[in-house]
Design a protein around this ligand. Structure first.
Ligand code: ZN
Ligand code: ZN
Length: 343
């Protein structure tokens, strides 16, 4: 086996430069005018920003190897398993469900808008369940474990999360008539934007990106999603269009006086691969084991993280609601004291 060739292929694959190399060798850039060509050309964008992020961190002497180590290990681990299961899952759902599609669509700009709204809904469903059903949280929590934000976080996923997400997203889209070419195009935009919103403060300090903050889901909104501040818990589930967060009242702006604290609320060693990868599953296993009765064991698996058979719940909803109640009380006290002073 030619180790050097494997390494070279992995390198060019990761940086997404294969398409550019092919055009360079053939001295033919005409494919840039095709859809596939544009997709291939944009491929190196995210890895390039990741490199800029690391170089800037190095220049400002802020580079900490441990902030990149775990996402990188996860990337290598997933590289060989997750992708293939995910591709197979997408193919399976398309083959199985296409005949049940409610409507027929084609590759036009208006169907693209329709498809994207449906895709965002499907993404919302998968992501919401990833936070609200403890079993699915075991798959999703790996992505939330890093205690800093940078582009490498985009690679930090449990290997079964992509197939789980793709089964839900593909099934909903296919049933709603989003045809496969449209779906793959949307998946590509979603993947690129979904990676970009993890850009670190080193590269883009103010993630609100001006007026875009009002229209689309910016890095600022996704930083809020990754934060464990009570105000930010379980908010901003969308990816590019945050319409569904607004519809389902899970939308939250980043507040200047509330800088995001990244990570999850469980005590965790964010530099330990096993804890980041399997920690939640182990904790769930322990809770199920110790829970009295079959009903409670079952509920631990399907209720939101933080649910307890004793009734002392520490779910994100409870923590956030209590925080909002207290801040409203505080505001009221301040207003009352102002009124009293004025009198
Ligand atoms: Zn999430
Ligand atoms: Zn994320």
């Amino acid at each position: 086996m030619d180790i050097l060739k494997i390494l070279r292929d992995e390198f060019t694959g990761f940086f997404g430069v294969n398409h550019w190399l092919k055009m360079y060798h053939a001295n033919d850039y005409s494919s840039l005018f095709t859809l596939d060509g544009v997709r291939g050309a944009i491929g190196p964008l995210i890895p390039l920003i990741l490199v800029i992020e690391i170089v800037r961190a190095l220049l400002y002497k802020k580079f900490k190897i441990e902030e990149y180590k775990i996402p990188f290990l996860i990337f290598v681990f997933n590289r060989f398993i997750s992708r293939f299961i995910s591709i197979a899952a997408v193919g399976f759902c398309i083959g199985l469900l296409s005949r049940f599609a409610l409507i027929k669509t084609s590759f036009t700009w208006y169907w693209l808008i329709y498809g994207y709204i449906i895709w965002e809904f499907a993404h919302f469903v998968y992501h919401y369940l990833g936070h609200k059903v403890r079993l699915f949280w075991c798959l999703h929590s790996t992505h939330h474990a890093p205690e800093q934000m940078n582009l490498s976080v985009t690679f930090a996923h449990f290997f079964l999360e992509a197939p789980y997400a793709d089964v839900i997203r593909t099934s909903i889209c296919i049933l709603m008539g989003v045809n496969p070419p449209l779906l793959f195009f949307i998946m590509f935009i979603d993947g690129t934007w979904g990676a970009f919103i993890h850009v670190g403060e080193n590269v883009i300090k103010d993630g609100r990106m001006g007026f875009l903050n009002k229209i689309v889901l910016t890095p600022s909104h996704h930083r809020v999603h990754h934060a464990k501040n009570p105000l930010y818990m379980d908010t901003n589930f969308c990816n590019l269009l945050n319409i569904w967060d607004k519809v389902f009242k899970t939308f939250q702006y980043e507040k200047k006086e509330e800088p995001p604290i990244y990570g999850i609320t469980r005590k965790i060693n964010p530099h330990n691969f096993l804890d980041v990868y399997f920690g939640e599953a182990a904790a769930l296993g322990r809770d199920v084991w110790h829970a009295p009765g079959l009903r409670n064991k079952f509920l631990y698996i399907f209720m939101p993280p933080g649910w307890s058979h004793t009734g002392e719940h520490k779910t994100a909803k409870k923590v956030r609601d209590e925080f909002l109640k207290n801040s409203r009380k505080k505001e009221l006290t301040i207003t009352n004291s102002f009124v009293n002073e004025a009198l």
